[in-house]
Design a binder for this molecule. Structure first.
Ligand code: BMA
Length: 309
């Protein structure tokens, strides 16, 4: 029987849900946002380019996960030597009764990842830089494993396509025991590079990792989203990676903008009814949302699996 053409991720008909017109201070984009639920409300931390080309992070809140109101002031601006060129692509992880925020920090020394935390999104405390340079896209798992925090990260490399790794920490500051867990597949939609996207979602079948993958064309890179499933007790083990992407640039604001042909995620929220809201940026310009069945995404990793490395 032919497979259905029904999309795995159902785009919200009100997309885009956040644009620069919604921001009460001067910005050029609203993109690459981490999203979490706090006291029943959705909190979005989004990246904005300023007119000097550097980025800051703003905050928006919503009762329903679709209609967001932006706060009057930016939430984070680059501070100090290692954030001199700005802060980008925040991910939010709720653990131990607080929210961890991982973000890319740019400076004359390169790009590395910073960790900050907040109990309520009113105040913010910087913890530490948690990588050296040439690392981006850090997502922390919302549970510990044998007393250790775990994160997926994405080191840069000159001799192999950029891949997804896992690292462990007793205290969120010192990380190690890193191993590679997943690599791009050759002549595949993610062959150029992959990176962790949303904070992993716990499912009955394993941890769902919604990641981005890049393919290079004559017209430049195309960013799409895919899914992988990690073992529930040991997330360094991948139990399936969907051969198919789950989302590709399609709407006008995904096809053109600050960087064309990009859908890029930094956050998803699992709901009690078994669905997840997946948030992505279109063309590094605007924020969009869509819904998917968590079980269907996990099943896709198992039934249409390609080898992880
Ligand atoms: C990546 C990062 C992301 C960006 C993406 C698409 O390398 O710079 O922040 O969204 O490219 O341009």
């Amino acid at each position: 029987m032919a497979e259905s053409n029904r999309p795995v991720v159902k785009r919200y008909e009100g997309n885009p849900i956040l644009t620069k017109e919604d921001v009460p201070y001067q910005v050029e984009t609203t993109h690459n946002a981490g999203v979490a639920k706090h006291e029943g409300r959705y909190v979005m931390l989004f990246r904005s380019h300023l007119r000097n080309g550097r980025s800051i992070i703003g905050i928006a809140e919503s009762d329903d996960g679709f209609n967001f109101k932006v706060g009057p002031e930016p939430f984070m601006r680059g501070e100090g030597e290692y954030e001199e060129y700005g802060v980008e692509d925040p991910r939010i992880c709720e653990i131990d009764g607080e929210y961890l925020i991982t973000y890319s920090a740019y400076s004359r020394h390169g790009v590395r990842v910073g960790l900050a935390k907040t109990p309520d999104f009113r105040s913010i405390q910087r913890v530490s830089m948690i990588t050296q340079v040439d690392m981006r896209n850090v997502v922390i798992f919302p549970e510990k494993f044998n007393g250790l925090y775990a994160r997926l990260d994405r080191p840069h490399s000159e001799i192999t396509p950029w891949s997804i790794w896992i690292s462990w920490s007793p205290d969120l500051v010192h990380w190690g025991d890193s191993t590679v867990v997943m690599k791009p597949a050759q002549y595949h939609w993610d062959e150029m590079k992959i990176g962790p996207g949303a904070t992993p979602v716990k499912t009955e079948k394993g941890w769902l990792n919604i990641y981005h993958g890049v393919f290079n064309t004559m017209d430049g890179a195309v960013y799409r989203l895919g899914v992988a499933l990690h073992d529930i007790d040991d997330p360094s083990k991948i139990i399936g990676v969907s051969d198919d992407w789950i989302l590709a640039p399609q709407d006008a604001w995904e096809l053109t903008g600050y960087v064309h042909n990009v859908v890029f995620t930094c956050g998803a929220v699992a709901e009690e009814d078994g669905s997840a809201k997946i948030y992505w940026a279109g063309a590094d310009s605007v924020m969009c949302v869509g819904t998917a069945s968590v079980d269907e995404l996990a099943e896709l990793c198992l039934s249409r699996s390609r080898p992880p490395v």
